[in-house]
Design a protein around this ligand. Structure first.
Ligand code: ATP
Length: 249
């Protein structure tokens, strides 16, 4: 599981994440939502061990991502909005390389064909990563996350640039991972998708957590019975984004 405790991240004098606490349990998909600049990517990058928190702790399966970096990262997969891939490997070599790094060549051998087909990469298995389209790169990054059997999956805007069939497949993949007991955190601006996909959401605005819970719980706390996640989101982030219009219910 993922535990984020009082996370603070400063970029010089600017506080991008300000004391955020939440967790993602096994078998759960949590949506990380917030307006542009809310601090979602910064928080995700701290969780992935790419950025060092200014203060606070992050635990991946009980391992501190700073103090026990190796153990923590072993069970974690992070797919950024723009994945950095090894351009001069072929698609198949790339998957294999990731599996080798994580000691899961058995998963690669057993699931290579299924993964390549599921993500429409079978035809491109011998193509260099450098020649892939944007969506194909995203799909390969997702396949890489799955080939090492991570139990904590972190996705930053994973559905941007993927075609509808790819998005549908990606969602199925998340359900499968959830079923297998993974803890999944997904940042997204697609609120309709988040409402259907996520078990809970964490909403950030200007670096702070402004709400957390199931959509039903948010409806109850905001007294917006029947409100959509989009309506709740706009209401919850309205104070910090004054230009947002008031909500008709
Ligand atoms: P978006 O939805 O637009 O992707 P976000 O919620 O992911 O936004 P972040 O990318 O985490 O937001 O940015 C949070 C704040 O931190 C923003 O004000 C941004 O300008 C600032 N920020 C991000 N990276 C840096 C950096 N390297 N140096 C300085 N400020 C940064």
């Amino acid at each position: 599981m993922l535990q984020v405790v009082q996370l603070i991240k400063d970029y010089r004098k600017f506080r991008a994440v300000d004391g955020v606490t939440f967790d993602v349990r096994r078998g759960e998909i949590v949506g990380l939502l917030g307006p542009n600049g809310a601090g979602k990517t910064t928080a995700l990058r701290c969780c992935a061990g790419i950025l060092r928190p200014t203060a606070g702790q992050i635990y991946l399966n009980g391992f501190d991502v700073v103090a026990q970096e190796r153990e923590a990262k072993q069970a974690m997969a992070y797919v950024p909005e723009v994945p950095s891939l090894y351009e001069l490997l072929t698609v198949e070599e790339h998957l294999r390389f990731v599996a080798m790094c994580y000691g899961t060549l058995d998963v690669f051998e057993a699931e290579r064909d299924t993964l390549l087909e599921r993500y429409d990469l079978a035809e491109k298995r011998k193509a260099l990563v450098a020649t892939l389209s944007k969506g194909m790169r995203q799909k390969l990054a997702v396949a890489c996350a799955l080939v090492h059997r991570a139990t904590v999956l972190l996705f930053d805007e994973p559905m941007i640039g993927i075609d509808p069939a790819g998005v549908a497949e990606f969602k199925q993949e998340l359900y499968r991972a959830r079923e297998a007991g993974a803890a999944i955190l997904v940042s997204t601006h697609l609120l309709d998708t988040a409402e259907r996909l996520c078990d809970r959401v964490v909403i950030m605005s200007k670096g702070r957590k402004v709400a957390e819970g199931t959509v039903d719980e948010l409806r109850a706390t905001q007294r917006m019975e029947g409100g959509s996640l989009e309506q709740l989101f706009l209401e919850l982030t309205r104070e910090s984004t004054p230009e947002a219009p008031p909500l008709p219910l």
